[in-house]
Write a protein that binds this ligand. Structure first.
Ligand SMILES: Nc1ncnc2c1ncn2[C@@H]1O[C@H](COP(=O)(O)OP(=O)(O)OP(=O)(O)O)[C@@H](O)[C@H]1O
Length: 249
């Protein structure tokens, strides 16, 4: 793929029309490099989720340039957005697993879009992914028989099973306690790193900021720090680009 998984320039977005029009993103620029893990944080209402849903092609772009996995989304129709969404892994606040399918079937579902893979192979790959998230013993359980942290690990497996180059996560730890929240994002980071998958993760959760290569802070629809494409040197403490972070070096 030419370019970075995420390349945004001058992105502006408003809800409502006429007198009700309200701009919630203003002139946002953001790049995320292959394999890079970027956390998007900032106060409630600053536009983080709106930005994530634009990047995920879950809503139509209005202004600016948005290249995601090489696809320009400015002016793109629903067909283009649907096929881009199939190439991205999504993880949401609540795991969004189907309660009547086993954990493994939930993971395998993410492969159904790829008609070339037959069901046995899909289930086998889902089983391998379940093992990678430490749930080899739980593949045949229903989501209701798993703990919150285990369910979110199933969601991680589902997001990664089709080997996407990009994962988008919206508050993945919001429903979890400290220990299981930290475990889930570290697992996501390690699996993504080993596969060269880029991650853009929206969170309010200060306990997980240390998993990021870079922290991008939003305020009132603007990126106020950390938007550079820099990747910290390996082994450097994360979060150096954050406001108030220690100086580099
Ligand atoms: N569908 C919508 N229609 C109108 N306004 C909306 C809609 N969705 C979000 N907004 C408004 O847009 C602004 C940005 O919302 P957004 O959810 O992107 O912020 P956020 O930073 O993700 O907030 P939070 O951290 O609370 O989830 C907020 O003022 C919100 O009220």
């Amino acid at each position: 793929m030419l370019g970075d998984p995420i390349e945004l320039e001058s992105v502006t977005y408003a809800y409502g029309d006429g007198a009700l029009r309200r701009e919630v993103l203003r002139d946002v620029a953001l790049r995320v490099a292959p394999g890079e893990i970027v956390i998007l944080t900032g106060p409630s209402g600053s536009g983080k989720t709106t930005l994530l849903t634009l990047v995920g092609a879950l809503r139509a772009a209005q202004a600016g340039s948005l290249r995601v996995l090489g696809q320009e989304l400015a002016g793109a129709g629903e067909g283009v957005r649907v096929s881009l969404r199939q190439r991205i892994g999504f993880i949401f606040q609540s795991h969004n697993l189907l309660g009547f399918l086993t954990a493994r079937q939930n993971v395998a579902m993410a492969l159904e879009l790829d008609g070339a893979i037959e069901e046995r192979a899909r289930l086998a790959r889902a089983g391998e992914m379940m093992a990678a998230v430490g749930l080899a013993e739980h593949t045949e359980k229903l989501p209701g028989q798993l703990s919150g942290g285990q369910r979110q690990r199933v969601a991680v497996a589902r997001a990664l099973v089709h080997a996407p180059s990009l994962v988008l996560a919206d508050e993945p730890t919001a429903a979890l306690d400290r220990a299981s929240g930290g475990e889930v994002v570290r697992l996501l980071r390690d699996l993504a790193r080993s596969r060269g998958t880029a991650i853009l993760l929206v969170t309010h959760d200060p306990r997980i900021l240390d998993v990021a290569d870079r922290i991008v802070m939003m305020e009132d629809g603007r990126v106020v720090s950390g938007s550079a494409a820099s990747v910290l040197p390996a082994g450097a403490p994360a979060g150096l680009a954050a406001p108030g972070g220690a100086p580099r070096g």
